[in-house]
Design a protein. Sequence first.
Length: 232
Amino acid sequence: MKKIIQSFLSIFILSSQIFAIAGLGLQVGQSTFSVKESSPTISVPDVQLINGAFDNAYSVGGYFYIDAIPVVDLEVDFNIQGNKYDINFENALGVKMAPLNFAWGSTDVYFTVRKKIIGIGIPFLAKAKLFAGGGYNTHMSTPLANETMLTNLCGDSGIANCDVTSLDKTLETYMTNKDNYLSSSGFHIQGGLQFKLLMLDSFLFYRHVIVDDLIPGAKGFSSLNLRLGMGF
């Protein structure tokens, strides 16, 4: 029994030492933005393409941070976010493609430097702090349908006489091909609250992202995020 207790204490002490300088866990959030319904310009008369509207996106991912560096903490987090919208197409003959319920999505990585603003604590039990920071981010996102895309997919028949029988499936395959994803990068600022109870670690923070070519028709977006993990 004594050996079991000693082993348990050794594991606890070792774990505490590991997480004394770092933390990791899961992250969920909701991004706030609004994408309006759009009709990309088509050079062929009587052809109509409509990308439906969608609002906001839910995200899930993970994070890792190091707080052993004096003055500031370093962290990296990654997530996948997305929402659904409809794509509609009608050729010059008035024949409509079956509406495609597609998902706009992105994979995102954030590199952040953050600093404690105010900290409070209960010795050996719990502590909390307000923090603020900023950094650099990178993104890969699915494209919206456009004339160039349809020209490639409609083949020799052209957009005006495009065979829409299986165009929805062909379009979906094209847009989910990683080679056709859009890449972008930008900067962000964030602030929030971190709370630790023994080795349990949680964050609630707001982030504003400044980035072009990610959210259609917008220069960035905001998000509210919650983290649950382990640290010390």
